[in-house]
Design a binder for this molecule. Structure first.
Ligand SMILES: [Zn+2]
Length: 56
């Protein structure tokens, strides 16, 4: 049995991109994270974003 190489994105159903599995793109990945954060408002006012500071 051989599975198809491109499984559907868990968000939009488009073929996944290996770099963004299980999503098809960075957009879907970000949106999923935002949705997850939005649903989990366990600590309002305390958003911990780990900035790498690689901008310097
Ligand atoms: Zn997608």
């Amino acid at each position: 049995m051989s599975l198809p190489p491109d499984r559907p994105c868990v968000r939009c159903g488009r073929p996944q991109t290996p770099a963004f599995r299980p999503f098809c793109s960075a957009g879907c990945k970000d949106r999923d994270l935002l949705d997850w954060l939005d649903e989990r408002h366990v600590v309002p006012g305390e958003v911990v974003l780990d900035n790498d500071g690689g901008d310097a």
